[in-house]
Design a protein around this ligand. Sequence first.
Ligand code: F6P
Length: 365
Amino acid sequence: IRRLAISTGGGDAPGLNAVIRATVSAATRRGWECVGIRDGYNGLLLPERYPQGGLVALTHERVRGIAHLGGTILGTTNKGNPFQFPVRQPDGSLRETDRSDELLAAFAREGIDALVTVGGDGSLAIAHELGRKGLRVVGVPKTIDNDLDKTVTTFGFDTAVSFATECLDRLHSTAESHQRIMVVEVMGRYAGWIALHAGIAGGAHAILLPEIPFDLAGVVAKVRNRDALGRMYSIVVVAEGAFPRAGERALMAPAEAGHAERLGGMGEQVARELARATGKDARVVVLGHLLRGGSPTAFDRLAALRFGAAAVRALESGLSGVMVSLAFPNVEYVPLAEVAGRMKGVPLDGDTLQTARDLGIALGD
Ligand code: F6P
């Protein structure tokens, strides 16, 4: 390999810069030149947007001291799928156009002979398709949501869970002082990983997940039961993708079954319903993008550094069309074909969910 490109796509996650750092270090050590593509593939597909060039020279010097920083020095976008690229039409509307051949031509023109792409399910599906068209590509799994299959975990998740847990810790005292119900909405898309893990770690009394369509009666009972025991406050964690069972859907009018283009608002609705049903004061806190910001935890930093180095080793050994995956205690490689388009929710028979039950946390079922 002479010239390796790196791209970061989809929502940002703490650890992206650590992947870039490790990839560049491992690659330059092997004598490969590295370039970063700005904003997903936009640096190559929309060069007019980048007067200083759509590619960033990634020297060892450029990536020094970035491993602990949040975000991505390359920028990212979730509107840059080269197979469905939004192209402005003469009438001003946007039409999705397949620009993948142009992208491959741009790689060839720039002398790029391999790609490490860091992203979630969308970016990895794109990587799979580019690989099928002949590009040498290795994917690195990223998302705070932890909803990717075939890897024990993604980087970004631990940071999100740690921060959400700290927030829950802080909310206990204010909730208790005011004898309130505190509803905390967390990200996670259609999966409840962040809600479940942070909810358990942060001592929540109820956790609502997309994997278990909820009935608020169980949560109301939990709150009343706590009140009866003199524990006059309750903390309820709501995953943004959680949704009520069919019977309550009309009442709560969530985005249809939680599967709207944009999620959010469920915490607000749950707080309103709980206040109505219990007569208690309820407040909602939406953690949202705070979960994506800040420095990666040591766990995420290490995972990201291992992933970046492993991606380079994969390319060196001739692998392509694979994703680096964490399979404790080591990293492994799995075909992108086995990952593309697959989502991993919280397993209903897993011990973490069982732990929540054993701790007496209401799950709305
Ligand atoms: O996938 C990561 C994530 O943060 C989800 O948890 C959330 O639903 C989504 O991205 C929000 O994306 P954005 O606000 O960047 O469009």
